[in-house]
Write a protein that binds this ligand. Sequence first.
Ligand SMILES: Nc1ncnc2c1ncn2[C@@H]1O[C@H](COP(=O)(O)OP(=O)(O)O)[C@@H](O)[C@H]1O
Ligand SMILES: O=C(CO)[C@@H](O)[C@H](O)COP(=O)(O)O
Length: 494
Amino acid sequence: MYYIGYDIGSSSVKVALTEAATGKKIIVLNEPQNEMEIVSLHPDWAEQDPEIWWQHICVATKRAIREANIEASKIQGIGISYQMHGLVIVDKDGNALRNSIIWCDSRAVEIGNTAFSEIGQEKCMEHLLNSPGNFTASKLKWVKENEPEIYKQVYKYMLPGDYIAYKLTGDITTTKNGLSEGMLWDYKENKVANWLLDYYGIDPSLTPDIVENFTNQGVLNEKGAKESGLPIGIPVVYRAGDQPNNALSLNVLNPGEVAATGGTSGVFYAVGEMTSGKSTRVNNFVHVNYELETPRIGKLLNINGAGIQYRWLRNNMGDETYESMNRKASKIEVGSEGVVVIPFGNGAERMFNNKNIGTHFLNLNLNIHNSAHLFRASLEGIAFSFVYGMECLKEDNAIINVIRAGNDNLFRSEIFSNTVATLIGHEIEIYNTTGAVGAARAVGLKDGDYNKFGSSITTNDHVMTFLPLKNAAPYENAYQKWKQELEFILTHKK
Ligand SMILES: Nc1ncnc2c1ncn2[C@@H]1O[C@H](COP(=O)(O)OP(=O)(O)O)[C@@H](O)[C@H]1O
Ligand SMILES: O=C(CO)[C@@H](O)[C@H](O)COP(=O)(O)O
């Protein structure tokens, strides 16, 4: 028997099949194979068509069943992980009314800032643990203000993973985790933050019903089964944003444990106990094992412009693969002979209080530097932004005892991983797992045995550990130079 897990990323949809009894990975693949587009009709906007996510899910599912050579009827349950904070709106018939306004879209920054100051920082930080910021509720308010004809037809709003669960089951539901990503979960009152919807003039009936995690959240209907190739009647039992899910996949469940990832976005996600929010540069969300009595929170430091920066170079520098770029970068000395890449060209950065400063390539000497310098400087620039992010996370009182990442995305680059480990002065444990595998395994967690779940990951999947390098000086020099350039831009860019 098998479980299936989905991870709806910004660059592709991943699917994994795992063996139900052992958690063993059977197959992992992604669709499309050449990475998805982010539509940007305006410099601050970022959208994707949710129907395209669904089509990729269907193609990927059929491919996984075929390539793993298993009988679809042996798949017993579904887990879903998804890019966080996006807005999907549907009409009465469940049709998406517009493209999804995704996590890195910056159009709602001003709406969130105004709400934060009018409602009051104290109330927001105590009840939401965050500012309403540029998250889902503020995005819905943007639609209300700017697209009234569309807004009038809204029956329900959803997070991206809720939409996929709906396409599978026909049931429109959401989770506490999802509402917390949208800034719609009131931790103090333990219910939907209808006061924020009221403030935005949004009808609270647009919020879907809430389902608990690790329970039956709805079963596959005829249409979902026909389109995806999965057996009718199997349940969706797990749904979480991709960062809490990455943490679960890496057995990051308790205070002091930290998960990292370097996909389109880059993230440190430190599990902690609930307190009021401290700074808006770091965000707090409901973790997958949040309970009223043991309220586990994910303290999340996000970098919008991480892997997307490396991807941009790959797409624009001729016939390169990530492996060929990594190889060329490894021939260049630490510090990239002075080239500096400030990689923030993917929308407003939360760690700069939602400033949008763009990507900067600096100090290029056309007689000395070539594409290899750009590759190394990009990996370094992204790694330096993780180091800068770690400083913000520590200022926010995050406890950092152990850091874990999957052998996936940017963590496949030694330059990237060594630079981060050396500069934060902390080991990074690498596990042979991905978000899609974690989502599939999470289906088995309906028994609630986190210890068994976690110890199987720690025992079986640990592949290596990046240790801080002994000779940290060249890294430290390069980081200080990068930070100076960054601070100059932050001070001088309006
Ligand atoms: N071999 C590699 N070396 C370095 N970076 C890589 C490699 N493979 C992928 N990446 C980075 O990982 C990104 C994709 O990560 P992924 O986790 O799939 O993103 P998402 O979840 O946003 O869809 C790519 O855009 C690229 O920047
Ligand atoms: O906004 C965040 C986390 O707060 C992002 O991490 C998104 O969840 C998108 O993830 P990827 O597409 O990079 O996986």
